[in-house]
Design a protein around this ligand. Structure first.
Ligand code: GDP
Length: 452
């Protein structure tokens, strides 16, 4: 199989400019077969200098007058020789150009293969590579800024000193274990313990950023809860702007949870519509009830909805109690067009809005409230842990360090303590990619698009 990969990097839609990208040793020679640079052969064009020329198909017909740029190893994204063609953005032009490259010796790139090569060639660590996809998929400026910080290595720079500290400790332990008779400077138990404690403290601080990081990357997980028929699905539909959930007036018809990601003002919400939390004999509904409770457990924000035209019931109060356990909660007294049996003061929420979802009234205030709650709260320089995989590995590293500390206190043998420290390093290596398993990296790069 050819080592030279090629792909269109700019999507399938018509646009002003489209880019075909190629990477791998020998790709400049392949490019020369299909591209005639003006004045000078492509192989003699300096690094990273755009040059005009013509791109030909396999029969020698000119497909496009475009530009090409070579980046030679190791000074390229992938760390290999690469060539990019900046063409007119017609899908037909790009397809013909790509086909010409295949015929000249390149093969189709797999998803994320350019970035995978960058990772394998040491141009990016795994935190940076994962941030590349976050940057591509970012749908708010803050999420993009955070991802850009991580592509720039902010997370890597936070983790590296902790990893280095653990490496030093390990080598010291190894020295003590391997050469018990040598006169190695005695680090002392207290020093080991304090070094481990500060590593644990730093990891803990990082772990604590995950709640915010998750919101930044995925949006605020918001569970819409309330009794059946109060208007939860109507709320989700109103916010999503289209009929995502079937709205009926038969209580309990929303059987499952439904998720919808929407922008409300400048806040991204991952809305979770639930079946309503109530005890029931109906097994299908009971499943819905279970999921509702779960949705609330995993939510950052509870949006409690009640029917304002009817007095609150015990069931409402049970749900309210669950909502108040969350860091953020908002109440909507809905159906304000039908009457006012519930007053804002009846509800123990800091924020209570009155809405009529059928009349589309009161929702504009929701955007304001959410802006106050979440806007500007997050640092987005890349220092937040945003990804579940990274969080899980950091948590395991943290727990192993705590175990090693416990071992020291209990006077365990050095090799037992060493095992815990090595486990912590292994887990940290999974975050940066130093020790990650091949199947896991494969899964990470499968999330990428072709051409990245
Ligand atoms: P859910 O079971 O809580 O998801 O409630 P739905 O969104 O399915 O709404 C139940 C019924 O109440 C539907 O017939 C809606 O049209 C109606 N409804 C929702 N919001 C309002 C409102 O503000 N005013 C009135 N009059 N009816 C509403």
């Amino acid at each position: 199989m050819s080592k030279i990969i090629a792909a269109i990097s700019t999507g399938k839609q018509v646009c002003a400019i489209g880019i075909i990208r190629m990477s791998g040793e020998g790709c400049i020679a392949v490019a020369e077969q299909v591209f005639t640079a003006q004045g000078v052969p492509l192989s003699q064009v300096p690094n990273r200098k755009l040059v005009m020329g013509s791109l030909q198909d396999s029969q020698g017909r000119v497909i496009d007058h475009c530009m090409a740029v070579c980046s030679r190893a190791p000074h390229s994204y992938t760390g290999e020789d690469t060539v990019e063609f900046h063409c007119h953005g017609s899908p037909a032009v790009l397809a013909a150009g790509l086909d010409a490259l295949y015929r000249a010796g390149a093969r189709p790139a797999q998803r994320g293969e350019f970035t995978k090569r960058a990772f394998l060639n040491g141009k990016l660590d795994l935190t940076q590579a994962e941030a590349v996809i976050d940057l591509i998929e970012a749908d708010t400026a803050d999420a993009a800024a955070n991802a850009a910080g991580q592509v720039g290595g902010v997370l890597q720079r936070k983790l590296a000193p902790i990893y280095d500290t653990l490496t030093d400790l390990c080598s010291h332990f190894h020295a003590v274990l391997d050469y018990p008779d040598e006169d190695i400077e005695d680090f002392g138990l207290q020093n080991y313990a304090s070094t481990l404690r500060s590593a644990a403290k730093e990891l803990y601080a990082l772990l604590m950023t995950y709640g915010q990081g998750r919101i930044l990357r995925q949006g605020v997980a918001a569970a819409i809860v309330g009794k059946p028929n109060v208007g939860k699905s109507s709320l989700l539909n109103a916010l999503a702007g289209f009929e995502r959930v079937i709205v009926t007036d038969i209580p309990g018809t929303t059987r499952d949870t439904v998720e919808e990601s929407v922008m409300v003002g400048s806040t991204r919400l991952r809305l979770i519509d639930t079946a309503g939390i109530r005890e029931t004999e109906d097994t299908v509904e009971a499943l819905g009830v279970e999921r509702s409770k779960k949705a609330l457990e995993e939510a950052d924000l509870a949006i409690f909805v009640c029917d304002g035209s009817q007095a609150l019931t015990e069931e409402d109060r049970e749900i309210i109690d669950l909502c108040l356990e969350l860091p953020h909660a908002i109440a909507l007294i809905n159906k304000s067009d039908l009457g006012t049996a519930v007053q804002p003061g009846d509800l123990p929420f800091t924020i209570v809005l009155e809405t009529s979802l059928t009349k589309k009234e009161g929702l504009d205030k929701l955007a304001e409230v959410l802006d106050d709650m979440f806007a500007g709260e997050l640092p987005c320089d890349g220092s937040l842990l945003t990804n579940a995989r990274q969080y899980d590995a950091c948590r395991r590293a943290y727990e192993s360090i705590l175990e090693s500390l416990k071992g020291l206190q209990l006077g365990q043998t050095p090799d037992a303590v060493l095992t815990d420290i090595e486990e912590a390093m292994e887990a940290m290596g999974e975050v940066t990619g130093a020790t990650v398993r091949e199947d896991i990296t494969a899964r990470i790069f499968e999330r990428f698009c072709v051409g990245k």
